[in-house]
Design a binder for this molecule. Sequence first.
Ligand SMILES: [Ca+2]
Length: 432
Amino acid sequence: MKKEYLMRAAVLLLTVVLWAGMLSAAAGEAAYAVLDGATLTEDVIADEAEDITAECTFSFSNRKQTAAYTKRLTDGKYDTRWRQQDSGQGWLTMRTENADRPIASLYICFDTIPPEWEVQIQESEDWTTVHTGDDAFYHVYVPLEMPTVAVRVLSVKPRTKMQIAEIRAYAPGAIPSAAQVWEPPVEDAEILFLATHADDELIFFGGGIPTYATEKKKAVTVAYLANCGPRRRHELLNGLWSMGVRNHPVISNFPDKHEKTFTAEYKAMGGKNRVMRWVVSLYRRFRPEVVVTHDPKGEYGHVQHRVCAAIAEEAYDQAADPAFDPESAEAYGSWQVQKLYLHLGKENRIEMDWSVPLSSLGGITGLEAAVRAFTYHVSQQEYSMNVTKTGKQYDNRIFGLARTEVGVDTVGGDFLENIPPKAENGKEGNVQ
Ligand SMILES: [Ca+2]
């Protein structure tokens, strides 16, 4: 195996970056080419593994599920899926007749991740577990040490309702550029971008995420206060991936609701205290120096955005108070965020510049990266909102420093102004 890895490393060194053509193609073609999300930003690898999904036949634990379900798993669409429909364990099997081109890896896009799942390969009559999954990532790449002609994804516990929107099988080769290989969320973050819904991080925070996470290589955590459902979850992953983000975002289980009042909104989300505890534990777990979130007026007045801004500011104090939610204080330590920026906030305004070319993304600007990422939010294209251009309504360059432990910005244009490099900060919690 070592020799194989050396070869892959050598191939990686020979990668060729193809940018110009891809950028112009991105907007139109991204619509249903879900798995192309990565292709647009990844280096093109000379010997990347070939997609052999079309050569495979599928079978399912529920024998009534056949051709229609195969199509749903391979149609490139996130609004069609295979659902486990069994009282026992659920599984799907992919099998190829071509032993010369066996299955060497799988790429799975889960709608619903079962609590325990495994990838198994068939050896004679028996199935052998070769990978134990977890519930960390919705998009998972699973390389198989021993390429095989038959592989299955198994939900270990009965009746778990595993759901998969898309699956691909690959022949031996380098990691395919279409597969997203996520890393865990950044612990010990420098910046936490807290958006409400999938796509808000692009529309209202502009080029912030690619500028800091990808170009400046800062420790960035992206979190979403609302869970907009499986389809938009896939879209947000594709969008973030296209901007060079490699740490999986954090997505709550709060519903996507647009109520008329704070009271109704909190009620729909299970109560204010529950929302507060989630955001406080987010701060304590990821220890951001800086939090960037919504307009306190909810941009166009969306009450869930307003809730997000309000809770983000209250949590600034609560996360530092060990008496609030002692359980998460015990688990993660209390945490004092150093700066809180609110989009369009009135106090201590700064103006960000998202027109700087990012060499890490082939020279496109942060704003262009956000505009492109938005094309992966296929389900949202019919609405009037889009990534705001400079100077337009809901200007995504304008932020107000609502809270600070390190004074106001004097230079401006940098969320991390006055924040010492992360290495100087302790990891044991910063509240005495
Ligand atoms: Ca599908």
